[in-house]
Design a protein around this ligand. Structure first.
Ligand SMILES: [Zn+2]
Length: 266
């Protein structure tokens, strides 16, 4: 069965990872812009990164028969320097026009600070202006519940944005029901330390159902697992879920959400 990992940071991964993804049947990837592990010092550094996401990485993926899409934004961790943030916001629209870019992401909050919120609102305005899909990062651990609510409020304050065209990622047990009740899609992230194990993610699916949800590895430069989605699919099978349910979570749901952008082809 072909599957999609809708949130993975391939700029941080090796060519061997591409080979492993292809062998495991992962045929399509989407890669949100994120924090490099250090703060970039100037807008030109972001331009180079956006070039990598829109030109270099799709070519690297294509060698393995994998379709690569990207999302463009400034990460909330880099929102504190407002003058640099605004220089970067100014170059984002030209990259949103690129044929492999599906929307604005992963935007959101990290420490829920005032400047982060301001930059979030400016991203939301760009998305509204251009009718872009939005992929949202939610804060970790103790900041998650408050941060998720602040982000949803900021998006719902923009009447031009349809919440069905927004995915709120890194959902957990205490945020999944509210995210979907407010009309958004929800993402569950399979990450060894701070996020869900495959078993915990499948528990959440069993409790809350499989509508308007996708699972992703968010594999990056930290300890993470690019094959995590395949392991979660296997966890579903081992618990006796039918193949149709597995296909819904790992193919039909992400295709349904992403196809709202006309550039996306499964
Ligand atoms: Zn990410």
């Amino acid at each position: 069965m072909s599957t999609i990992d809708p949130h993975i940071h391939m700029v941080s991964r090796t060519t061997d990872d591409y080979r492993a993804l292809a062998l495991a049947g992962i045929r399509t990837l989407t890669e949100p812009a994120f924090w490099a592990g250090f703060d970039r010092g100037c807008a030109a550094g972001f331009r180079d990164y956006f070039e990598q996401l829109t030109v270099a990485e799709p070519a690297r993926a294509a060698k393995f028969g994998i379709r690569h899409y990207a999302w463009i934004c400034l990460n909330p961790k880099e929102a504190e320097d407002l003058s640099l943030a605004r220089e970067v916001l100014a170059i984002i629209p030209e990259f949103l026009d690129h044929p492999n870019v599906l929307g604005v992401g992963e935007i959101g909050l990290n420490k829920n600070s005032r400047n982060e919120l301001r930059v979030l609102e400016e991203h939301i305005a760009i998305a509204a202006e251009r009718s872009e899909l939005i992929l949202v990062h939610t804060p970790h651990l103790e900041d998650k519940h408050k941060g998720t609510r602040l982000i949803m409020d900021a998006i719902r304050n923009e009447p031009r944005i349809d919440p069905n065209r927004v995915i709120i990622d890194h959902g957990e047990e205490h945020t999944v029901p509210e995210i979907r009740d407010r009309g958004f899609w929800v993402g569950l992230t399979l990450y060894p330390d701070s996020k869900c194990s495959p078993a915990r993610a499948v528990d959440i699916l069993e409790i809350h159902g499989t509508d308007r949800v996708w699972l992703n590895s968010a594999a990056d430069w930290g300890e993470s697992d690019p094959l995590a989605t395949v392991k979660a699919a296997q966890e579903m099978r081992m618990r006796g879920h039918p193949e149709a349910a597995v296909r819904k979570v790992f193919w039909e749901n992400p295709v349904a959400f992403l196809s709202q952008c006309p550039k996306f082809q499964a």
